[in-house]
Design a protein around this ligand. Structure first.
Ligand code: UD1
Length: 355
């Protein structure tokens, strides 16, 4: 069997790592195509290096742009690549512009396409990620759902026959990395003079929190007013938007810091007092690490984290402050994100369904 994985943005490299490992273990030919959506070394190269992923076989070098320009450039470049490789499966990941571009290219060339992390929904039609998820799920031939909730969404949309519940591959990689980093304190503590459990880890990068200057100032101001130092691991998007809107990212409790490599991020989250984020992945990582999370959004795709009490949605400054200072949630044995062996299941399901 031959699989072409198309990835382009940071969270996709994390999901690629366990798939790459499982493909290798099963003797499956695995070709990696990087669209170039993320190109800063800290958003791209370090993930390949730290997580033991081979360098991409093909790099499209698409870079940044408006949604249409970026997605269109990927689409135009992918046709020739997929035609050359003619794999048994094109595997697309998550909900970025790279995901929808690859799904569309593959389906139009009649190459089977599987969507990893299928069925997630925010039901917020203003989010680019929601467009990407819905379009990808309805284009794909095989839908690899991470959770029962995601599988149920697909069933409601008439896609039950294409759905396989495989678990969440992010659990696979997270557990492995957690075990590697849990023995020593993260470098971040010494670098910033922080104490274990004496700080929060924050990431803010979504369009709805960064594009509008007033909204960005509100979110930044609320983090700056928290009761402990807040390390903002600043994605280039928030740095660019803050500069454009004249918002200071280091102020009050808030300390802007460059993004961290994956093992360092996990180590930092693990010894923090809590996580404040608008990232999808980090909400779930916090849950799996047993760290309370406050999510700066009006809804989440990872509803299990909220239902189990480890995540709260917060939008105003008062809600964010109440979220981070709430009492520690009750520990839970629930494992909605699988057992850490999802990637092997993905390879098995792809083999079973290969034509
Ligand atoms: C993308 C995904 C988002 C995901 C996030 C993870 C889409 C629609 N969004 O958002 O779902 O959570 O990745 O990080 O695909 N930039 C750089 N260097 C880079 C990449 C981006 O400076 O390597 C800057 C550019 O100013 C660019 C902006 O960030 O215009 C936005 O980048 P883009 O890839 O369009 O979306 P993200 O915000 O990264």
């Amino acid at each position: 069997m031959k699989i072409v994985s198309v990835v382009g943005a940071r969270p996709q490299f994390v999901k690629l790592a366990p798939i790459h490992k499982a493909a290798r273990a099963a003797g499956v030919e695995h070709v990696i195509v990087h669209t170039g959506q993320h190109y800063d070394p800290m958003l791209s190269d370090v993930f390949f290096e730290d997580l033991g992923i081979d360098a991409p076989d093909v790099h499209l070098g698409v870079g940044s742009g408006s949604h249409g320009v970026q997605t269109g450039a990927m689409l135009a470049a992918l046709d020739a690549v997929l035609d050359e490789h003619r794999p048994d499966w094109v595997l697309v990941y998550g909900d970025t512009n790279s995901t929808v571009a690859a799904a569309l290219s593959a389906v139009k060339m009649h190459i089977p396409v599987a969507h990893l992390e299928a069925g997630l929904r925010s039901f917020n039609r203003r989010m680019p990620e929601e467009h990407n998820r819905v379009l990808t799920d309805h284009a794909a031939d095989l839908l690899l759902a991470p959770t029962q909730v995601a599988a149920d969404h697909l069933a409601h949309e008439g896609l039950v026959e294409r759905t396989e519940l495989v678990g969440d591959v992010m659990t696979d990689v997270l557990f492995e990395v957690r075990d590697q980093v849990s023995t020593q304190p993260p470098a971040l503590l010494g670098e910033l003079g922080l104490e274990e459990r004496g700080f929060y880890v924050a990431t803010i990068h979504r369009a709805e929190n960064t594009d509008d200057g007033g909204r960005l100032a509100e979110v930044v101001g609320s983090l700056a007013g928290l009761d402990k130092p807040v390390v903002l691991l600043a994605h280039p998007r928030v740095v660019a938007k803050a500069a454009a809107h004249g918002v200071e990212l280091t102020q009050g409790s808030l300390i802007a810091h460059s993004p961290l490599a994956y093992p360092e991020l996990i180590a930092a989250a693990l010894c923090s007092a809590g996580v404040v984020t608008d990232s999808g992945g980090l909400q779930k990582e916090a849950f799996l690490l047993g760290v309370p999370c406050t999510t700066v959004r009006t809804e989440t795709e990872w509803v299990e984290t909220v239902q189990l009490g480890w995540n709260v949605l917060a939008n105003t400054a008062a809600e964010i402050a109440a979220g981070v200072t709430r009492p520690r949630p009750t520990p839970t044995d629930a494992a909605p994100y699988g057992d850490g062996h999802a990637a092997a299941r993905v390879i098995e399901v792809l083999s079973r369904h290969a034509r």
